[in-house]
Design a protein around this ligand. Structure first.
Ligand code: WTA
Length: 651
């Protein structure tokens, strides 16, 4: 991965000619302007939105107090911006194309229809007591009602918290409790590939005995009957039929919360990342415009689930603010076969696809024939997000999927950043496969060493931080501002710390090298090692657990758990124990967290002060055993032999 000059892939001329930003020089000029005159730059970008009352200030930043405010005094409504103004100007245009689980089944929802549905759901929520500032928890599969409900909350000024429908009942419960939601919106079940997730049953378990939750609204996705609790559970279709579609949009302050989204951190429970209205929307719209080089006739196919931030910013808010048709995909890239994504691209004539390296790696394994069965002529841009994209995978995306025609954008960002921070601009930036390239407008990356010294110049590596506020950044962790300050602004004072390691090469290009904290990026999903460990030790057999990541061909990072069991359980067969513990994590957190490997051992490597040497375990699980460190620091060096034998990677 050296930065040889010849590894540059130039922007495509046919693309650059019509792009919003046509050359690297134009990018650099605008970038300089965004840093030198941030108020002028962001004031202009704010015009992408319709404001009921214009902002009075652009930016008020107090990095020491960790207080950020953008566009203050401005009044606006997210749903009005995503729906109403387009419904007036282009009522018959497709807002959402829903690609259902079964291949070939689509439903188009125009802006006019979207306005109607959102208004009705908003009126239903209102009838169930939801008011401005209230939190509403949404646990839904990828169906239009998920988008309606998010926008309906925004319309009322309620704060949505979408929980990915692959999470367990315990995870859902924890999030409902943390955000204090009184209303939960869910579905009877969620078809997904050949199976169906029993969504309502999981939701029932989550709210069991919780008096806090007074209404559960249930979408009828399939004909499956589910138990309905009298006085608490209501079918959403029945409720919607009672209400009209007209619902006034609340005037929200720019700094009023728009949503909470939970994500994993290096310690403790998931964090409720809070985004506000004005800054987040300006940032989502601006990045969508430039990074995806958005066009009025785009069909934007973001394959992410709305339960993740990628879905929030680049399936829903960004595209809809810009009046773009967006695709809502209910199924998986491999159902019914590995050609599914490209089939959808052809069917809906997608112009942009935005997906994750983990999906691409899984598809590469199935062979190029699946791609070649489709035409993909409608595509003009290929996007990647969620984890580093291996240069070989980048090449495959470029050569096989794009047949060399389409620019690739490798976009780096996080739940906390609200939108893309480092990415090529497709008409302007020469790419290097594997590098997210250069910062977006207004973004100033800084690298620091572990002692907190800024590392200047090129050809260097360090901890990736951001030196200035950008409109889309999270403002706090819901109800835990001190934790927000500690997590992001304490390691390196006055700087936002991303938790990622990064290299800036000889050309000033950024290469994300992965997390430097105890967060694993498994198939593009964030998982805290501490979360998995607490799920494991909650099992009665487990004495201690230490969880580490290891390189995994498809997932990027796999999960490996080392455990010791309590004396009473020593007789249980390893096979049984491993199965039970995988099931335990699945049950407590959700299938995405299931360890790939559970290694039952007699002792974990600890220092004399009792600290588990996770770094040593990581090396063992990754097969990097030449340089294990000094075994003499171990309280009991005898544990090492067993760890090396049992923990070695399975080839
Ligand atoms: C990783 C997803 C390399 C990174 C939008 C980050 C990436 C974490 C990239 C955030 C990329 C995301 N290249 N790494 N293009 N995009 N990451 O919060 O480690 O789910 O900190 O947000 O994913 O994951 P999150």
């Amino acid at each position: 991965m050296t930065a040889a000059k010849d590894s540059f892939v130039s922007p495509k001329e046919h693309f650059s000619r019509h792009a919003h930003v046509k050359t690297l020089e134009d990018y650099r000029d605008l970038y300089q302007k965004s840093l030198n005159e941030p108020d002028a730059f962001w004031g202009e970008q704010a015009q992408r939105l319709t404001w009921f009352h214009p902002p009075e200030a652009i930016r008020e930043v107090d990095a020491e107090q960790v207080d950020f405010s953008w566009f203050s005094g401005g009044k606006l409504n997210a749903a009005y911006n995503c729906v109403d103004r387009h419904a007036r100007e282009r009522p018959g245009k497709a807002a959402i194309i829903w690609a259902k689980n079964e291949p070939g089944e689509y439903q188009t929802i125009t802006f006019r229809e979207l306005q109607h549905h959102v208004g009705r759901v908003a009126n239903v929520l209102k009838a169930h007591g939801v008011r401005k500032g209230d939190r509403v928890c949404i646990y839904l599969p990828m169906i239009p009602e998920l988008a309606y409900t998010m926008l309906a909350c925004a319309r009322l000024g309620a704060v949505h918290s979408v929980v990915f429908a692959g999470f367990s009942s315990e995870s859902l419960r924890e999030r409902i409790l943390d955000c204090g939601a009184r209303v939960l919106v869910t579905a009877n079940e969620g078809p997904r590939g050949p199976k169906a997730v029993p969504t309502k049953a999981i939701a029932d378990e989550a709210v069991e005995g919780l008096t806090q939750v007074t209404s559960v609204l249930v979408v009828r996705r399939t004909s499956r009957e589910v138990p309905m609790s009298e006085g608490r559970d209501f079918w959403l279709d029945v409720e919607m039929a009672r209400h009209r579609g007209v619902c006034p949009a609340e005037w929200m302050d720019a700094e009023d919360p728009l949503f909470i989204l939970y994500t994993s951190g290096s310690t403790g429970k998931p964090k409720g990342v809070l985004h506000t209205t004005g800054g987040y929307l300006v940032y989502a719209a601006t990045t969508h415009h430039y990074v995806f080089d958005a066009r009025p006739d785009d069909v934007h196919f973001c394959t992410a689930d709305l339960g993740w931030v990628t879905g929030h910013s680049y399936l829903l808010y960004g595209p809809l603010i810009n009046g773009t048709t967006t695709v809502l995909f209910e199924s998986t890239p491999t159902y019914p076969d590995a050609g599914r994504l490209w089939q959808v691209v052809d069917d809906v004539k997608a112009t942009v696809i935005y997906t994750a390296p983990t999906a691409l790696r899984a598809l590469i394994r199935e062979g190029d024939a699946w791609v070649k069965k489709s035409s993909r002529k409608s595509l003009r841009l290929l996007g990647s997000v969620g984890e580093p994209i291996n240069p070989e995978v980048w090449r495959w995306y470029h050569d096989v999927v794009g047949e060399g025609r389409n620019p690739i954008i490798d976009t780096w960002w996080q739940t906390e950043t609200g939108g893309i921070l480092i990415s090529p601009l497709p008409g302007a930036t020469p790419c290097k496969p594997g590098s997210a390239t250069l910062p977006f407008f207004g973004v100033e990356p800084v690298l620091l060493d572990d002692e907190g010294r800024v590392i200047e110049g090129n050809g260097v590596s360090g901890n990736l931080c951001l030196a200035r506020s950008w409109p889309g950044q999270a403002r706090t962790l819901y109800g835990h501002h001190q934790r927000f300050v500690e997590t992001y602004y304490s390691r390196f004072p006055n700087l936002y710390f991303t938790g990622d390691g990064c290299r800036r090469d000889e050309d000033g290009y950024y290469w994300i090298t992965g997390r430097v904290d105890d967060v694993l990026n498994v198939s593009g999903h964030r998982l805290g090692t501490a979360e998995v460990e607490s799920a494991l030790v909650a099992h009665e057999a487990v004495a201690e657990a230490a969880v580490v990541g290891f390189p995994h061909d498809i997932k990027g990072t796999g999960v490996c758990a080392f455990v010791t069991v309590k004396p009473d359980w020593l007789e249980t067969s390893t096979e049984q124990m491993v199965g039970a513990l995988k099931e335990q994590v699945r049950h407590v957190i959700g299938p995405i967290a299931t360890p790939d490997r559970v290694v039952v051992v007699n002792g974990l490597p600890k220092t004399r002060s009792g600290k588990i040497l996770r770094r040593m375990l990581r090396k063992i699980a990754s097969g990097e055993t030449e340089n294990l460190g000094d075994a003499s620091t171990l309280a009991d060096p005898a544990v090492l032999d067993e760890l090396l034998t049992k923990g070695a990677p399975v080839r």
